[in-house]
Design a protein around this ligand. Structure first.
Ligand SMILES: [Zn+2]
Length: 222
């Protein structure tokens, strides 16, 4: 019973479409409270939040958070659903590669920087390039782990466009790994999510991976 509850909670989180995730019963702190929290962190780090250079910092950090985490206020399903159109005769793979990815890890709230590659084989619907890029942004501008981010992008495309298959590959460096902790600059994490014919048909998967220039073997599947 507990296991079932957890499963449905995970599914709900994954397909949840707006900022209401987990916050319906939770009061959003006021801006002044958020600024006070940043002030506390500055003091905790060992500096004086009242010195000249830091005076406006809590305000700036809170504004930066509004940008970094703008994805909570957006609905990824509505974003894709609003713009689909019928394909004319195009039944080939559509691939967007080297999309700049900026997210934040949910464990340390430090940047995850890298590239995302998205491909799909349309059935009836296609979507504009800019919408796909925006979809990635909506999920990236939340606190994330890369594996979940990869799945959320692929699953939303699958659920809304219902293509014959989807592939998403993300290759990114985590600053929590490169600038702190084990300190391994140059290491990147590659995650992928393959659905439909991208999962079942090795030829399709190979075509996608060669189009995005993936080196050698199939990336780790999430
Ligand atoms: Zn981290």
């Amino acid at each position: 019973m507990k296991g079932r509850d957890m499963d449905s909670a995970v599914v709900e989180h994954r397909t949840s479409t707006s900022s209401r995730t987990g916050s319906e019963a939770r009061r959003r702190p006021r801006r002044t409270e958020a600024e006070a929290a940043v002030r506390t962190l500055i003091e905790w780090a060992g500096d004086d939040p009242d010195r000249e250079g830091l005076k406006g910092t809590p305000e700036r950090v809170v504004r930066a958070y509004e940008e970094f985490f703008a994805g909570y206020g957006e609905d990824p399903v509505a974003l894709l659903a609003s713009t689909f159109e019928k394909t004319a005769a195009y039944d080939q793979m559509i691939v967007l590669r080297d999309i700049r990815l900026e997210s934040h890890c949910e464990h340390h709230i430090v940047p995850i920087l890298g590239k995302a590659h998205v491909g799909y084989l349309p059935a009836e619907r296609v979507v504009g390039i800019s919408k796909l890029v925006r979809l990635i942004e909506v999920f990236a501008k939340r606190m994330q782990i890369q594996e979940a981010l990869t799945s959320q992008i692929a699953d939303t495309i699958q659920d809304v466009l219902k293509p014959r298959g989807v592939g998403v590959v993300i290759d990114a460096a985590h600053q929590c790994m490169t600038t702190r902790g084990i300190r391994k600059p140059g290491v990147s994490l590659v995650t992928s999510r393959m659905l439909g014919c991208f999962r079942d048909d090795p030829t399709t998967r190979r075509e996608f991976l060669s189009m995005i220039g993936a080196r050698g073997s199939t990336p780790h599947r999430s």
